[in-house]
Design a protein around this ligand. Structure first.
Ligand code: FES
Length: 178
């Protein structure tokens, strides 16, 4: 075999190998395409399944959010709590001590009265128009429930009120942070 035939033979052989490689590569590309498609299908399927599975919880959470801590409880008659006086009650349960305050300037305010420092009961100090925790002299603003002086750093939980026909109701609670 002369030099040219060797080249032809080698080229011919190489050409067949190239065809096989090309077909292999095409098959591999198809595999990648199918694998990618399968992966996408599986991912979308899993997302839809998860979304559907959690949908009832999402709906419940949305419904709960609107009704959160709403529990209407009669506290006292407005005429029984004159300006400058306070009244103890429990909210949202009997065990959650709370204080209704009719301030000297006529505001009606209510808070859970467990001090946010170390849980002593807070009282209305009418002469200074503040809420006072006697344990470590913690002071809270009666209009906002925010700590003013002493060790407490957090607000008292605010109890929302409604007055209908001389009756004061607790209708909700806001637990604030900061
Ligand atoms: S418990 Fe109220 S100031 Fe410490």
């Amino acid at each position: 075999m002369d030099e040219n035939n060797k080249k032809i033979g080698r080229n011919k052989k190489d050409s067949n190998d190239d065809m096989i490689n090309l077909v292999d590569n095409l098959n591999r590309q198809d595999d990648v395409k199918y694998n990618r498609r399968s992966f996408l299908k599986a991912t979308v399927g899993a997302s839809v399944t998860l979304g559907l599975a959690t949908l009832p919880f999402s709906i419940k959470a949305m419904m709960d959010d609107g009704a959160k801590d709403v529990n209407r409880v009669e506290i006292a008659k407005l005429s029984d709590v004159p300006k400058g006086e306070s009244f103890k009650f429990g909210y949202p349960t009997e065990d959650d001590m709370a204080l209704l305050v009719h301030t000297k300037n006529g505001q009606l305010k209510a808070y859970n009265s467990k001090c946010t420092h170390l849980s002593c009961p807070v009282f209305y100090e009418s002469t200074k128009d503040v809420l006072l925790c006697p344990c470590h002299k913690g002071y809270f603003n009666v209009s906002t429930g925010h700590p003013m002086a002493g060790p407490p750093q957090r607000e008292l939980p605010l109890i929302e009120l409604e007055v209908i026909d001389d009756v004061i109701y607790a209708v909700g609670r806001k637990i604030r942070h900061g």
